[in-house]
Design a protein around this ligand. Structure first.
Ligand SMILES: [Cu+2]
Length: 153
């Protein structure tokens, strides 16, 4: 299964490399801010990432996937409380209506980043590749940072 996932990631990355030939409308309309990866103890195989996506365009935007060269795979997750217990559900995509923002933050939607290929500590930077439904790709630099007390949900 993980083998399959990493092959999908490679495919997404290849598509992203080919796309810049086309006009990348979504890249101009979508603005990503506050991206960061939560620092975890050495050896941790799953890290969490957060960011804010703002759709400045007039058309609805869909982020259909995320990949990163520094990880074997990336999933979009959502944390929900069920009977007082936090559970994570996977989300296929992120919908961002025109003029609105979508926030991935601790306790809510987040990126789940699997199997880092190098040690990542606070101060490092990870490049995330957001795959947009219209075929464009958005590259985002996300610094690795420690979670501060006020970021705890
Ligand atoms: Cu998760």
């Amino acid at each position: 299964m993980s083998h399959l996932r990493s092959r999908t990631g490679l495919l997404v990355a290849l598509l992203c490399v080919l796309i810049p030939v086309l006009p990348a409308r979504a890249e101009m309309d979508l603005v990503v801010s506050d991206a960061w990866i939560r620092e975890a103890p050495p050896g941790t195989t799953v890290l969490a990432g957060y960011l804010k996506i703002t759709n400045r365009g007039v058309a609805h935007a869909t982020v259909s996937g995320v990949s990163a060269d520094d990880f074997s795979s990336v999933e979009i997750h959502r944390t929900v409380m069920e009977n007082g217990v936090a559970r994570m559900l996977s989300a296929r995509q992120l919908e961002i209506p025109a003029g609105e923002s979508f926030v991935l933050e601790p306790g809510g939607y987040h990126l789940m980043l699997f199997n880092p290929v190098r040690p990542l500590v606070a101060g490092d930077t990870v490049e995330l590749l957001l795959q947009i439904r219209d075929g464009a790709c958005l590259a985002v630099n996300a610094p690795v940072a420690r979670m501060t007390v006020d970021q705890h949900p």
